[in-house]
Write a protein of this length. Structure first.
Length: 132
């Protein structure tokens, strides 16, 4: 799913799980390289991020970039800056039909990045279907 919201493009998917299950995946820095197509490694003192968490990510281009979590509301949304640039937002929204939506948002000028986000959504779906 794709939608526009106040100068941001949003790409999302609905999952048949409770929001906390998705939240645990998207806030676990150990799992970022598993679902994030552009993240190959992460160095962060916090395994599960919170507001102010910082560290660096190794990009698929082989470059380490610093990051800081600038927005954080538990089991709702988080956003970050990568190399001092506002990057992708991550939002979870409960569905009236059960389950939840996960949305990635980005500036409209970064619209091509929506393809990367769609790949991430599919990878997260695969993680959700793995046996525990």
């Amino acid at each position: 799913m794709i939608k526009l919201a106040t100068n941001r493009l949003m790409v999302g998917k609905i999952y048949d799980v409770v929001p906390l299950t998705v939240w645990d995946i998207i806030t676990d820095t150990n799992r970022w390289p598993v679902w994030g197509p552009t993240v190959k490694d992460v160095q962060c003192a916090d395994r599960f991020i919170c507001k102010g968490s910082s560290g660096k990510v190794l990009t698929s281009f082989g470059i380490w970039l610093p990051f800081i979590v600038t927005e954080y509301e538990y089991c709702s949304h988080w956003g970050w800056e990568v190399a001092s640039v506002k990057a992708t937002g991550h939002r979870i929204q409960a569905s009236d039909a059960g389950g939840c939506y996960l949305w990635f948002d980005m500036p409209i000028l970064a619209a091509p990045y929506a393809i990367v986000c769609q790949i991430a959504l599919v990878r997260i779906e695969k993680l959700l279907s793995e046996p525990k």
